[in-house]
Design a protein around this ligand. Structure first.
Ligand code: TXE
Length: 480
């Protein structure tokens, strides 16, 4: 059985406690690896190492830091098959998705920030005849980066790449539910000759290792992606120390289908935006509002496509829906399906666990589920389920759909389907969301701001926004 280690001060180390946690393969429901049950002592070692490494790393020319990140990207590319297999086994997601989305994107994240830092220039503000101001962006110190289980290496690199490119050293904690690719990444860091202490990876529980990172007084900024309730806890812990926070939290995203859409495209993409990665993406649409004129037709076509989705062994090349992350999460999703029935919902398809045989008999599979008849304000339409479950509802007017779409405490992403440009602009402008896709979904340009409004988070990642988050701006004013 594989035993993972922490990556601290350039070397792989067991946890100080000597204790390990089980790492479970969700498609089999079996323990297949052990991960360090780290605590505040491991975090303290990691922070010390990061602090020691900081002056030299921050003092390197940006080109040098860029070179390190580019070599890491090359190593991710040359290990894509191994990393994708590890990601699939660790999370239950389809292998093909892990390869083409997760690992491909991890490499792109590293390359993007390796090159973005070369263009992150200082600005000058001359005061005619009096003085000149110039503003420099300095790295902050030790950044804490805490990432979730749904897109493990993808979101891990999305945080550490800008942090490192900007000249910070990092103490990172991947999710205890999906730690494997971060561990493999630490081996790649050693191979790439990353200077000791620049990146430190501490494995373990959120409430113990994660909390210790947030509590550590020498970690002045925290970048977190995960559940909204965890985000709030982090904010409470960080507030008395006035730490800088970037919180990317949950979503309950609306998909709005107008009758003047490209029908086939809308159906095909709504299936994808509902069920990709088992619906375990914060950007997935989970409330589908369809204009009443085409509601019946859309529902039939949508259900027909959903019925054809292949669910099962994540390693099989044709699988579209794999296992959800854990038994506890599967139970949470099933509890919401039960609640939906109590709230008056009618299960149009799915609604059950998908039972498999042999080595997958203990796996955490849930059939893609579509629910009709729920009111816009019931709990199933307001709370994040984060699984292969969507609710479909008819609407009559733009005012009505805007009201219902904006009714949740969340505001991460939204999806609009219409060929009427004017309508697309009107609706997009009025939706409470940080990201709106019109006639597409998950089309990402990494230069654009990424993040949510309301309970979906604080701050923006992506592009120069992330580099700004990971740096302090200092203005220097020189009198002529
Ligand atoms: O996430 P957690 P969980 C949502 C989704 C899901 C729910 C809970 O609805 O059902 O959150 O999932 C670390 N201090 N999303 O419990 O706990 C933890 O170890 C510091 C949405 O798995 O938020 C992990 O590394 N860190 C989402 C990370 O936080 C702490 C992605 C995320 O775990 C901590 C995942 C603490 N006190 C879940 N407690 C998205 N928006 O993409 C936990 N952690």
């Amino acid at each position: 059985m594989k035993i993972l280690l922490n990556y601290i001060d350039g070397t792989l180390k067991p946890p100080v406690s000597g204790e390990y946690l089980d790492n479970i393969n969700p498609a089999r429901g079996e323990v297949y690896a052990k991960i360090p049950d780290s605590d505040a002592r491991d975090v303290a070692d990691a922070v010390d190492a990061a602090r020691r490494a900081f002056p030299a790393w921050a003092g390197l020319p940006a080109e040098k830091r860029s070179d390190f990140l580019l070599s890491l990207a090359d190593l991710v590319d040359s290990h894509v098959d191994e990393l994708a297999l590890a990601e699939s086994i660790d999370t239950g997601k389809p292998l093909a998705l892990a390869k083409h989305m997760d690992i491909a994107r991890a490499s792109v994240n590293l390359r993007f920030y390796a090159t973005a830092i070369l263009h992150f220039a200082s600005s000058a503000h001359p005061m005619e005849g009096l003085a000149t101001n110039y503003t420099v962006h300095r790295p902050v110190g030790v950044a804490g980066c805490i990432s979730p289980w749904n897109l493990p290496l993808y979101l891990f690199t999305w945080k550490i790449a800008p942090a490192l490119a900007a000249g910070n050293c990092v103490v990172a904690k991947p999710s205890e539910l999906a730690p494997m690719t971060a561990f493999l990444f630490s081996e790649l860091c050693i191979q790439a000759g990353m200077p000791a202490g620049v990146l430190n990876i501490v494995h373990g529980l959120g409430a113990k290792a994660g909390q210790a990172i947030v509590e550590h007084p020498e970690v002045p900024l925290i970048s977190f992606t995960g559940g909204s309730s965890t985000g709030k806890r982090i904010a409470v812990t960080a507030a008395p120390m006035l730490k800088r926070l970037s919180l990317e939290l949950g979503g309950k995203n609306p998909t709005i289908v107008f009758s003047d859409c490209d029908f086939d495209e809308a159906v095909k993409n709504t299936v994808r935006s509902s069920f990709l990665n088992q619906g375990e993406i914060c950007l997935c649409g989970s409330r589908i509002f369809v204009e009443r004129k085409i509601y019946g037709k859309f529902k039939r076509a949508f259900l027909q496509e959903v019925a054809q989705l292949s669910i099962g062994d994540p390693l099989h090349p044709d699988t579209f829906i794999g296992a959800v992350i854990s038994e506890a999460h599967a139970q949470k999703v099933m509890d919401y399906i039960q609640l939906a029935k109590e709230e008056g919902g009618n299960i149009l398809i799915g609604g059950k666990r998908h039972l498999m045989e042999k080595e997958h008999a203990g796996g955490f599979f849930i059939l893609p589920t579509v629910i009709e008849g729920l009111s816009y304000d019931c709990r199933c339409n307001q709370e994040e389920i984060f699984g292969p479950v969507v609710s479909i509802m008819p609407f009559d007017t733009m005012e009505e759909v805007l009201h219902d779409a904006n009714s949740t405490p969340y505001g991460l992403a939204a999806n609009i389907w219409t060929l009427n440009v004017q309508k697309a602009h009107q609706v997009a402008q009025q939706l409470d969301a940080g990201i709106v896709w019109v006639n597409c979904w998950l089309l990402r340009d990494l230069r654009t701001p990424f993040g949510g409004v309301k309970q979906s988070g604080i701050g923006r990642e992506g592009g120069f926004e992330a580099l700004q988050f990971f740096t302090e701006s200092k203005n220097i004013c020189i009198k002529h």
